[in-house]
Design a binder for this molecule. Structure first.
Ligand SMILES: [Zn+2]
Length: 227
C-alpha cells in the first residue's frame, strides 16, 4: 500500500510538472510575438497639413489620427510591444514652415522609421470620397511586398469584423512614399470616411478609437504568429 501510494504520488508529481510545463510554454508563446518587436505608429499629417476634414464637424484628420495613434500605442505597449510614434503632438515634422515643408515632413517620418530598427509600421489616416455613402476601414500596402500584403490582410479582416457595414472590404496595393521608405512590413490604415456623417461621428468618439486600436493590435499579434 505504501509503495502504491509512493507510485501514485510520483505520478501525480509528473502530471503536475507536465501540466505546469505546458502552462509555461503557453505563457511564453503568448508573449513571443511582442518580445523585442518595435512597432512604429505614424499619425498622418499634422501642423499646417490637417489632412481631410469631417463633413459636418470640420474636425481635422490629423487630430483624429493622433488620438487613434496614441490609443494604439497604449494597446501595443500593454501587449508587450515597443512603440515609437513619428509624432506625439498636433504639430508637423517639417520644422520651419517654408517651401518644401511637405517633403521635409515625409522625409522626417522615414528617418524616424529607419533609425529605430522598426519591425512593423502602421500609418494611421482617415479617408474621404466624393460619394458620401462610402464607409468603413481600408488598408493599403506597397505593391510587391508580400509581407506587407499579409499584414494588410490581417488588419483589413479585423476592420471588417469591427465595421461590417464597410463599403470597402479588400486591401489595395499601390505606391506610397511612407511604405516604400519602410524597411519592414508597413501598411496605411484608413480607419473610416470623414466624408460620411456616421463614420465621422464614430471616429470622434474615444470608444470607437479604442475599438480601432484593439482591432489593429489583434491583427499585429496574428501577423507575428504567422511569420
Ligand atoms: Zn491622410
Amino acid at each position: 500500500m505504501v509503495k502504491n501510494r509512493v507510485v501514485k504520488s510520483a505520478c501525480a508529481l509528473c502530471v503536475c510538472v507536465i501540466f505546469f510545463s505546458l502552462l509555461g510554454c503557453e505563457a511564453n508563446q503568448t508573449l513571443a510575438p511582442a518580445a523585442y518587436k518595435t512597432i512604429v505608429i505614424d499619425a498622418g499629417h499634422g501642423g499646417i497639413d490637417g489632412g481631410v476634414t469631417g463633413v459636418n464637424s470640420g474636425a481635422l484628420e490629423s487630430d483624429i489620427n493622433l488620438e487613434i495613434a496614441k490609443k494604439l500605442k497604449t494597446a501595443l505597449e500593454n501587449a508587450g510591444f515597443r512603440v515609437e510614434l513619428t509624432r506625439s503632438t498636433s504639430g508637423g515634422l517639417y520644422g520651419a514652415l517654408s517651401a518644401g515643408f511637405k517633403l521635409r515632413d515625409m522625409n522626417k517620418r522615414a528617418q524616424i522609421i529607419n533609425s529605430c530598427d522598426a519591425d512593423l509600421v502602421i500609418s494611421v489616416h482617415q479617408n474621404k470620397f466624393s460619394q458620401e455613402h462610402r464607409r468603413g476601414g481600408q488598408v493599403f500596402y506597397q505593391k510587391g511586398s508580400a509581407s506587407s500584403a499579409a499584414l494588410a490582410a490581417n488588419v483589413q479582416k479585423q476592420l471588417n469584423e469591427l465595421m461590417p457595414y464597410s463599403t470597402q472590404k479588400s486591401i489595395i496595393a499601390g505606391d506610397f512614399f511612407i511604405l516604400r521608405q519602410s524597411p519592414c512590413p508597413a501598411v496605411i490604415v484608413e480607419c473610416g470616411f470623414l466624408s460620411n456623417g456616421e463614420d465621422e461621428k464614430l471616429l470622434l468618439t474615444s470608444e470607437h478609437q479604442i475599438q480601432l486600436a484593439t482591432a489593429i493590435l489583434s491583427a499585429v499579434t496574428a501577423y507575428f504568429y504567422s511569420v
